[in-house]
Design a protein around this ligand. Structure first.
Ligand code: ASP
Length: 323
């Protein structure tokens, strides 16, 4: 009887603790450097999430490197108490095809909390690049074969995936220069140390609007309506038929995080994604914020599985351009 009472008391304490979640700051691990697009989404989301998460402080922990797999590993191995979360992108589904010794299992080691947004990419060049449009760029690529370099955020990153498809569809091999995120890659592109980069519009729109970089095309199949990007052709209409890369971002917790906690985070995420300031910021940068149906853990898990099956063969087929 005493044992039963003790067990009952322990259960009550655990339930009370869950009811109070979060009672201390929550950390969101961003698996790329500060200043890049994933970091930007995370910082904007942290602001929108704060109120629905009971006013708690949300800390962003940038753990860049190895195309996002280092940050994802950190979260897969973190305490499953809801205080360490991961905000990752399409790299969740591209890394399994690229890393033989990944320290986590994408579909088994996380609780899936829901999708945040979808973001197209842009193909941009260093300011001193003489080509001013895509037609001129193709001539420049031909004339400079063997000398061109392309920045990315490591194997499996969004910029790597987009660059990989670009190299394999144009059949132009380039030297890839990996960074821990496209924040620092952008700094080098602006400084002329690297020639080209594919990156999310959430990182490139202001540079394009300010005329700081050369902008050649968007990676979506339709042109964008965001004013600074509306004049850019798609790669598809520029001759790379079927070229289509759209990056998504989503939130995860370590496997085994209690359902009461993941439900709370999911509910808070749904509220945050309706925050008019968040929506306004995202849309201004070419992103589409998810509505409730896709802010759903099980749905998102199915989606990631489909993405793994979709990108794996494409990455393998383009393998000769892998790094
Ligand atoms: N945009 C990066 C990528 O290529 C990641 C980042 O820095 O946010 O995956």
């Amino acid at each position: 009887m005493k044992k039963l009472l003790l067990a009952g008391a322990a259960l009550l304490t655990a339930t009370a603790a869950l009811a109070e979640y979060p009672e201390k700051p929550v950390t969101i691990v961003v698996p790329f450097s500060a200043g890049g697009p994933t970091d930007k989404v995370a910082r904007d989301l942290a602001e929108a999430l704060r109120k629905p998460l009971g006013g708690q402080v949300i800390i962003i922990d940038n753990v860049g490197g190895a195309g996002g797999t280092l940050g994802a590993t950190k979260v897969a191995k973190a305490s499953n108490d809801g205080y360490t979360l991961l905000l990752h992108h399409i790299g969740m589904s591209t890394s399994p095809a690229l890393y033989r010794n990944m320290q986590y299992k994408t579909l088994e080691d996380f609780e899936y909390l829901g999708m945040i947004n979808e973001v197209p990419m842009t193909l941009i060049g260093k300011p001193s690049l003489p080509a001013t449009n895509y037609a001129e760029l193709t001539k420049w690529l031909d004339a400079n074969k063997g000398k061109i370099n392309l920045a990315n955020a490591g194997l499996g990153s969004a910029s790597h995936l987009c660059g990989l498809l670009f190299m394999s569809t144009t059949k132009v091999d380039m030297t890839t220069v990996p960074y821990k995120g496209t924040g620092p890659a952008m700094t080098d592109l602006l400084g002329g140390q690297v020639d080209l980069m594919c990156d999310q519009t959430t990182n490139t729109t202001s540079q394009i609007a300010g005329g700081k970089v050369k902008a050649y095309a968007v990676t979506s199949t339709k042109r964008l309506t965001t004013p600074a990007l509306a004049k850019l052709p798609t790669l598809d209409e520029s001759g790379l038929k079927g070229f289509n890369v759209s990056i998504w971002h989503a939130l995860y917790a370590p496997k085994g995080t209690p359902k009461a906690v993941t439900d709370k985070i999911n509910a808070a995420l749904k509220i945050a994604l309706k925050d008019p300031d968040f929506i306004h910021r995202e849309e201004g940068l070419g992103a589409v914020v998810m509505t409730d149906a896709r802010v759903n853990g099980p749905e998102h898990k199915k989606f990631v599985e489909a993405e793994i099956n979709k990108w794996g063969p494409i990455i393998k087929a383009a393998g000769q351009y892998a790094d």
